[in-house]
Ligand binder design. Structure first.
Ligand SMILES: *Cc1c(COP(=O)(O)O)cnc(C)c1O
Length: 217
């Protein structure tokens, strides 16, 4: 199977209103090129340095998403071009993104990462943290960032009910928040192993790597 075939098979299964982020971490530029040539324009990376290098090397109409944990001191390397940061998990990080966005005359779209998995290895905010953050006056005045939704990762498990329950909790939470915050409408959840469950629970943005590009070393 080629990347083009994998991508086409995947896209055929997705509802029209679902955004596909092709997760290209660790994959070479040629692999991204192949996906690009078959029409894919949104790619996700989890490391700042790799993302910045690929941005330099590849076509400028690619929309680059940072999907991994972001350290405050690295925001400056991606602020000139990143189109969505998925894993914002602190006020401090949000303020730094705002500062770097303004330096670049940009507004950077962000998602707040919510901890939904039972495993404690995953990053993320609690629902209370999220509420405090989005209702904070200082946050609301940041002109360089736009919080457009939530991101979550389910427990890495074969228990589908567990995964569904976690995805469902994030969807319910977003629906609840969006009644008062109309800009919150992106729900980034689901990867190769669980995107079908995520879609069934209301995801409208999936981050899929190995199903498109093959396994990673
Ligand atoms: C690597 C990664 C993905 C994609 O994983 P696959 O199993 O290859 O689809 C999705 N989200 C995040 C945050 C990742 O780091």
């Amino acid at each position: 199977m080629s990347i083009t075939n994998n991508l086409n098979d995947l896209k055929a299964k997705l509802p029209k209103d679902v955004t596909l982020v092709a997760v290209s971490k660790t994959k070479p530029n040629e692999a991204i090129r192949e996906a690009y040539d078959s029409g894919q324009r949104i790619f996700g990376e989890n490391k700042v340095q790799e993302l910045a290098q690929k941005y330099k090397d590849l076509p400028k109409d690619i929309e680059w998403h940072l999907i991994g944990h972001l350290q405050t001191n690295k925001v400056k390397y991606i602020a000139p071009f990143v189109s969505l940061i998925h894993a914002v998990d602190s006020f401090k990080l949000l303020k730094e993104i705002n500062k770097q966005a303004l330096k670049n005359n940009r507004v950077i779209n962000c998602l707040l990462q919510v901890k939904i998995a039972e495993e404690d290895s995953k990053f993320g905010l609690t629902q209370t943290d999220v509420e405090e953050l989005i209702n904070n006056d200082t946050v609301q005045q940041l002109e360089g960032v736009k919080i457009i939704g939530l991101m979550g990762m389910a427990t890495n498990s074969s228990d589908e009910n567990q995964i569904k329950k976690e995805f469902n909790s994030l969807n319910v939470f977003l629906q609840q928040l969006s009644t008062e915050h109309s800009t919150l409408n992106t729900l980034s959840m689901g990867m190769s192993s669980d995107y079908q469950l995520a879609l069934a629970e209301g995801s409208n943005m999936i981050r899929v790597g190995s199903t498109i590009f093959g396994g990673r070393a």
